[in-house]
Design a protein around this ligand. Structure first.
Ligand code: GRF
Length: 232
């Protein structure tokens, strides 16, 4: 049975587009049935409209001060009867009640290697810290922001002449692979949250080994590989 997916977004929607492309390519046993935004002007809503997906807007400004936003968001998401809710650039902290109502069925993509740089301006903070490796994380959502159990991470090198824009673009390209991949796993039952921990149930072999390492900066090609002389 196809999993019903609801995507929550606040902005551009490039991760939604990546998810829809993967679904179109047959890589995910699921379908995005609903897209919900807290911002009526979010460009991601246009991507949903173009794909014929039902949309809802719960405008946070309309609910400001009334304390009714969380209930309205909960109602809008319930409309989709989702098996999975994906936060793809949803720039609003979710109420604890919402998170517990969707426990184990709520994934977020965050543009850093958590637990480094939760919150905003992750690329700027990575550059300021001088890290050589940066990336993105897909995790199950818990009430504490950007702190839930990690499903998967993608890493990129930070290059010497990077600025925020270049680094963000390099990370975003990985987000567009990581999010569809993890959503695909969830829909196939290859990953689940059990007693607060991430459990994988892959049936085949997965690729591992030293060749998967990302070393940054990469040593110059002229340098002899050190590992050849080290017995394993
Ligand atoms: C992404 O970088 C995502 O990791 C973060 O917000 C951004 C959303 O981008 N949470 P888009 O709207 O999917 O293009």
């Amino acid at each position: 049975m196809l999993a019903r997916i609801t995507v929550l977004l606040s902005g551009r929607g490039s991760n939604l587009a990546a998810l829809l492309a993967a679904i179109d390519a047959g890589g995910i046993d699921g379908s995005v049935t609903h897209v919900v935004s807290n911002r009526p002007e979010a460009p991601g809503l246009r991507i949903a409209h173009a794909a014929g997906i039902a949309t809802a807007v719960v405008d946070q400004r309309a609910h400001a001060g009334a304390g009714t936003f969380d209930a309205a968001l909960g109602a809008a998401v319930s409309q989709g009867e989702p098996d999975l809710v994906v936060l793809a650039g949803f720039m609003r902290v979710l109420a604890e009640g919402f998170v517990s109502a969707h426990e184990g069925r709520l994934l977020n993509i965050h543009p850093s290697l958590l637990p480094l740089y939760p919150g905003l301006h992750t690329h700027r903070r990575a550059l300021a810290a001088g890290v050589r490796v940066h990336g993105c994380t897909v995790h199950f959502v818990t009430p504490e922001v950007d702190a839930g159990p990690i499903v998967a991470q993608g890493a990129v090198p930070v290059l010497p002449d990077d600025d925020e824009g270049r680094l963000a673009a390099r990370v975003l390209a990985v987000e567009h692979r990581l999010l569809p991949m993890t959503v695909g796993w969830f829909c196939r039952g290859d990953v689940a949250l059990e007693a607060g921990r991430v459990r994988f149930r892959f049936s085949g072999e997965t690729e591992t080994g030293p060749s998967m390492a990302l070393i940054s900066p990469a040593p110059p090609r002229t340098e002899a590989p050190l590992s050849r002389s080290i017995p394993r």
